[in-house]
Design a protein around this ligand. Sequence first.
Ligand code: HEM
Length: 179
Amino acid sequence: MKGIVFTELLEMVEEEFGYALVDQLLQDSNLPSGGIYTAIGTYDHIEMIILVNKLSQQTNIPVADLLRSYGRYMFTSFTRSYRPFVDRSHSAFSLLSSVQHYIHVEVRKLYPDAELPHFVIEQPTENHLRMYYTSERKLADFAHGLIEGCLASFGEKATITKTDLVEDGSQVLFDIVKE
Ligand code: HEM
């Protein structure tokens, strides 16, 4: 995964739990990268799983909840670093519908080695969107947080129902109904 994913994760941990915990996580995790990330470098996504698992042990917060908070945090960070992608959309549903065929396509142009999920989108009605997530990295909880972050940034409210379509978590349906 790209370094930005790691630098933002460590920044969130520092903001929420303090630098001492970041330091301890990096020491305990014994990472191949040594915990030194540059925004454009590429690192094994396993390092993210290791860091989030250690963080869960240290804080007693479940891994799924941490990934979800991290997704919300990351969306805010994307709105800063990739403003033009966000500004093209006038609503949360229009942005979410553009992730597969526009946003992640542009991300891939910037970083040819980016590891991105696949989404299929259905919109049965104006207030109802379905996102089918597929990724061997099984980061649907992170996707859940990104969807929440997106809704929040447009000041919109919706109920998100997450359903595992296969047991290993690599295919997940998000059913999103606006209030
Ligand atoms: C401006 C908006 C967005 C930008 C700039 C963006 C960009 C990125 C980047 C740079 C990565 C990391 C790729 C890597 O590390 O190799 C990523 C991964 C990911 N993105 Fe996006 N993204 C955006 C919006 C979204 C939204 C709204 C969703 C969810 C609906 C989403 C779902 C994901 C997921 C789940 C991953 C993790 C990789 C995986 O699951 O396989 N992204 N995105």
